[in-house]
Design a protein around this ligand. Structure first.
Ligand code: SF4
Ligand code: SF4
Length: 310
């Protein structure tokens, strides 16, 4: 038996106390993931990125990372964390894509470079020829059930697509649209990096869907699940009354005042960080610094400079 919708929503929209790392090991969650993974496995590709999204995912499950990778998440291919490499790993990936054609989920981390015929990002070799991220993403994207763009690089281009973008870096949805895959379902899970719950929660929702036990997650106009990205940071911020009363911090030492003047982009950012919090629920950006709007399509250029009002 998997999670029913009520249990799933409770899991994903819980407050600090209701959703911690340990929730990943809730037996019902594990069962839903195991069932889902068998029926709709996951292939994870990495393009132009810093691997921070993978690190964020792995941090979510410390210290039982072995269990999660081998039993719970059942990633069939992940360039950074898989034990195998080279031909053996690639063959397995192609086999999974073939065997589960139209049924597996493709997770893409990092942007896709389109210039120089994609040679800015070579992700493997087959029959003596380079495999570019551009070609592999297209090949697997076509065969997948749906694609999840993990992190702001994959969702909207992110840092690789920032000012001075020499490689033609682009987000997955735009890349698919420019290459005949406009109809493919792409779910964006932005963030630099995304919160582990956002990634795992989206996968859970996707698996519920694949198992016929739940609807597709509702997406906003930027392709993000509204479950995690449906609320404005500023409108829910504990410093909102300070903002309304013009009590604005001049320096980071003013810990009890609103951070707008020192660069907070919360008014233009939509995510549930304020209630989910980070690092296992210990803190979140606005507590010690400012929101830099990393979940938004214009990040980083539209949010820069980070520490100036704007
Ligand atoms: S979205 Fe951010 S954390 Fe993820 S790969 Fe890109 S730069 Fe790294
Ligand atoms: S700290 Fe940022 S999000 Fe919070 S009230 Fe001030 S501007 Fe808004």
């Amino acid at each position: 038996m998997g999670l029913n919708r009520r249990e799933f929503v409770k899991l994903c929209s819980g407050t600090v106390a209701g959703l911690g790392i340990s929730q990943v090991f809730n037996p019902k969650v594990i069962q839903a993931m195991e069932e889902g993974a068998k029926k709709a496995p996951v292939i994870w590709l990495q393009g132009q990125g810093c691997t921070g999204c993978s690190v964020s995912l792995l941090n979510s499950v410390h210290p039982k990372i072995k269990d999660v990778l081998l039993k719970v998440i059942s990633l069939e291919y992940h360039p950074t964390v898989m034990a195998s490499e080279g031909d053996m790993a690639l063959e397995h990936m192609y086999e999974v894509a073939e065997k589960f054609q139209g049924k597996f989920f493709l997770l893409i981390e990092g942007a896709i470079p389109t210039k120089a015929d994609g040679r800015y990002c070579v992700v493997g070799e087959k029959d003596g020829h380079e495999i570019t991220m551009k070609d592999l993403a297209l090949e697997l994207g076509k065969k997948s059930l749906a694609t999840v763009a993990v992190g702001t690089c994959a969702a909207y281009g992110g840092i690789p697509a920032g000012e001075g973008n020499l490689t033609g870096a682009t987000g997955v949805k735009d890349f698919f649209a420019a290459n005949g895959l406009a109809d493919k379902l792409v779910v964006n899970v932005p963030g630099c990096p995304p919160h582990p719950d956002w990634m795992i929660g989206t996968l859970l929702a996707a698996w519920q869907y694949a198992l016929g036990k739940g609807p597709l997650p509702e997406l906003d106009s930027d392709g993000r699940p509204t479950l995690f990205f449906g609320e404005n940071i500023h409108e829910n911020c504990p410093f909102l009354d300070k903002f309304d009363n013009d009590e604005l911090a001049d320096t980071f030492m003013d810990k009890d005042k609103c951070r707008y003047q020192i660069g907070c982009k919360g008014p233009n950012a939509y995510a549930d960080c304020y209630k989910r919090r980070w690092n296992g629920g210990v803190n979140w950006c606005i507590e010690n610094a400012v929101c830099i709007g990393c979940v938004e399509p214009g990040f980083p250029d539209d949010m820069s400079p980070f520490y100036e009002e704007g």
